[in-house]
Design a protein around this ligand. Sequence first.
Ligand code: C5P
Length: 406
Amino acid sequence: MSSLDNKKILLGVTGGIAAYKSAVLLRALQAAGAEVRVVMTSAAQAFVTPLTFQALSGHPVYTELLDPGQEASMDHISLARWADFILVAPATADFIARVANGHANDLLSTLCLAATVPIALAPAMNQGMWLNVATQGNIETISGYGYQLWGPDEGDQACGETGPGRMLEPEALLAKVMDFFAPGPLQDVSVLLTAGGTQEPIDPVRFVGNRSSGRMGYALVEAMRDLGAEVTLISGPVSLLPPTGIEFHSIQTAQEMYAEVMARASDCNIFVAVAAVADYRPGEVAKEKIKKRNDSLSLEMVRNPDILADVSALDDAPFTVGFAAETEQVEAYAEAKRLAKGVDMIAANQVGTSEGGFESDRNALTLLWEGGRESLPMMNKSQLARQLADRIKTHYLKVENARNEN
Ligand code: C5P
């Protein structure tokens, strides 16, 4: 059985000379078990006719956004929802620029904008166009949106130049799609994760909050998802887009986060509490905006529930992972926290230094578990999240295997 069996793949073809190779790619995807529908831009049709792809795929090729006939067979939103995966090969410099800027001025760009499934682009263009600062800026932008970028390759180009910009060969693209769908080590494992900070209202316009950017939690969500886990994210307000391919719930307060987590905690295998939850909230929320009448203002704060401790205390508790941000005696305080909250693993980091922590792109962690420790050195948060996800996977599987043996 292939990892592509019954997978629905939308193959987007844009206007580059490599478009002729997309016909071979279409055949290879189908031979591997995928169901493929093809969308072509108008420039692509200058290189290869839709009839080629129609004959090979056995289905009509979609080319128009505003054509009543095509919209009647499958409208653009249904087409975006139909797909499990979108692969644009070749992706020209112009197409990349359009998706980087959120354009929806033809069918394929509209599909990319509407889609919630993963999207991969296989760039193909002249080496000068690829190396141009505008293209490189667009590539950085779309990587930030979560697009996968496959290639380009280096070598001889159709224009006679040599350099980076060749589309990856169809076999290499097929291998990447198959890899993408290959079951990960956490297949059938459900992971519940909290991220971001909570906001505790004082009155209708003010709140007590903290500086969590949500970056570490969101990077960890992507890393756990990429290991094959089914991930549910309960997130406080952050300025990040929710990662694709996961279940997402947004909350504002610690109590809302508590309710969303407790409703799911017994059904998940792993719970990771990355959120910076406000420990206290104003006891009473003023109905109207508080006026500055006096020189001082006192708020009575009441304790919020400890989500991590309460999940760990459940009879059917999942494997639990907590975070400990400390300014001093990091390991000692973190270990005390691990024991007090009864969690399986704690990830400790030093905050209040010039590098790393809450609002930074970089961080370092020390992992502590029953009878062991490991330091992950300072690196960017997405690399760190991948290493942390790997360690969580290893320890979770070890605990699961030991439980199954008993
Ligand atoms: O006690 P402290 O806030 O330092 O603990 C940090 C860890 O506990 C983090 O994993 C955080 O997400 C979790 N936590 C929680 N609910 C709270 C406070 C912290 O889940 N109310």
